[in-house]
Design a protein around this ligand. Structure first.
Ligand SMILES: Cc1cc2nc3c(=O)[nH]c(=O)nc-3n(C[C@H](O)[C@H](O)[C@H](O)COP(=O)(O)OP(=O)(O)OC[C@H]3O[C@@H](n4cnc5c(N)ncnc54)[C@H](O)[C@@H]3O)c2cc1C
Ligand code: SF4
Length: 416
């Protein structure tokens, strides 16, 4: 279907339910109206009111759980394909170099803010601060590239890196953001030192350490964390090997599909609930199945077995118990244990913040950075958001928290 056909399918309804489903509150209905009229520059500017990441979010947002999940068209048939319309408009803006400009109604202020971490949260915060009128914003990043999980999490086959690059280059150039690469907070710089140079500090360093299951055998050679495998790409030789991936979300899907592409013979995804409860997008599951990934639903891994290295896993079957409107929870079926032979096991059951970083800042009960409703941490002038602060972990939610945090930082700076 062409973009014209896709946009014509939108009913331009007044209720704008899709906007309510979008974490960034994009005014999708009005943007699509412009697309229908082939006024692409106006459509791009409409998205720019709330987001600088259209080309990225349009491609990788879990649309069925966000904007498209609230589309009225979706009640009786297919929802409007908002994602591909948004990425088309975002790409148009980049290809035609439509400038990202400042928000006009805000007063310029002569202040310096440091943003640490260049994932979707950090870049959106930096962009919003500049658009609000903060004179100097510096983006500090420990890697030698920008983008965070957009580059070293989501694989190339779902989000091409040249797209991320062109989106970032445009934001940085149009808004004159200073960038410093290969600067690691905690190693090359400290919060204390930064406070001497900057008026405020915004932390957006993510939380990309794989959680563990806490089962026997997890320390064996051949057990990996999915987040680290994708980030550092220090893959063992998966060719013709059997691999078990534990989990049911984005990381599980991306790790399983990446490992299969690296030549593994069998890749099993073991998930303790049923397919309907998997947090991964339906399209991801469908594509993984087409690529030959085998799903073992309603199963829990209880032990990893091997002498020096992984040889097999012990599984137990589970059944689901109703949970008063919440997701049903799985319980093990006693005596249903069995084993699966495998060469490697990959943990992809969730991610957390490294315990050794930001020790001077208070954490919440889930081990993430504690923030108040204005994104302030317990340190005066230090703010945090995104995965690091336990914001719902999708790109649009991380980006929105960066945007909202920027507004708080700006207000606090204005009010002295
Ligand atoms: C494999 C995978 C697939 C995903 N797929 C999707 C998807 O399809 N759709 C979706 O919406 N969401 C997806 N997500 C979730 C999404 O990527 C995250 O929620 C989002 O990237 C969080 O943004 P962030 O800016 O908070 O953190 P990050 O993207 O993690 O960025 C943190 C940045 O901080 C830098 N940094 C870390 N430590 C330091 C330090 N000490 N000093 C300086 N810099 C530092 C990092 O290098 C990085 O650039 C996926 C996540 C993973 C892991
Ligand atoms: S940012 Fe994501 S959720 Fe919001 S409109 Fe765009 S694709 Fe949909």
């Amino acid at each position: 279907m062409s973009i014209k056909e896709k946009s014509s399918y939108c009913l331009s309804c007044k209720s704008k339910n899709c906007m309510k489903g979008c974490p960034l509150s994009n005014d999708i209905t009005d943007a699509i109206k412009y697309v229908k009229e082939e006024e692409y520059e106006k459509a791009y500017n409409k998205f720019l009111e709330t987001t600088v990441l259209s080309s990225i979010c349009g491609r990788i947002c879990p649309h069925t759980k966000q904007c498209q999940g609230s589309c009225i068209r979706g009640i009786k048939g297919d929802a409007v394909d908002i994602g591909s319309i948004e990425s088309f408009v975002g790409d148009y803006g980049i290809q035609n170099d439509i400038k990202i400009t400042n928000f006009e109604e805000y007063k310029k202020i002569d202040k310096k803010v440091a943003v640490i971490g260049s994932g979707p949260c950090g870049i959106t915060c930096a962009a919003t601060l500049k658009r609000l009128g903060v004179s100097k914003v510096t983006l500090l990043e420990k890697k030698n590239y920008l983008g965070g999980l957009l580059v070293h999490g989501i694989p190339e086959f779902r989000l091409p890196k040249d797209i991320v690059d062109s989106v970032y280059q445009k934001i940085i150039t149009d808004l004159d953001i200073e960038v410093k690469l290969r600067i690691e907070l905690g190693k090359d710089i400290t919060i204390e030192n930064l406070m001497k140079e900057y008026d405020s500090i915004f932390l957006a360093i993510g939380a990309n350490t794989s959680s563990k299951m806490g089962i026997p055998g997890e320390e064996l050679d051949g057990v990996y964390g999915g987040n680290e495998l994708l980030e550092y790409k220090n893959f063992p030789d998966f060719k013709n090997k059997n691999v078990v991936v534990s989990g049911g979300g984005n990381v599980a899907m991306d790790t399983a599909r990446t490992i299969k592409r690296l030549g593994a013979d069998k890749v099993y995804v073991v998930y303790r609930r049923a397919e309907e409860q998997m947090p991964a997008e339906k399209i991801e599951i469908k594509e993984a199945k087409l690529e030959g990934i085998e799903f073992v639903f309603l199963n829990n891994i209880v032990k990893i077995i091997g002498k020096d290295k992984v040889e097999k896993i012990e599984c137990i079957k589970t059944k689901l118990i109703e949970n008063q409107g919440e997701r049903p929870y799985p319980v093990n079926i006693e005596g249903s244990n069995y084993t699966i032979d495998t060469d490697y096991v990959v943990m992809a059951i969730g991610s957390k913040l490294d315990n050794d970083v930001l020790t001077e800042i208070k954490r919440n009960d889930w081990g993430k950075i504690q923030i108040d409703e204005k994104y302030r941490t317990n340190l005066n002038g230090v703010y945090a958001a995104g995965d690091l602060a336990g914001v719902k972990s999708t790109v649009a939610y991380a980006s929105n928290s960066g945007k909202e945090a920027a507004k708080s930082i700006y207000e606090d700076l204005i009010n002295g």
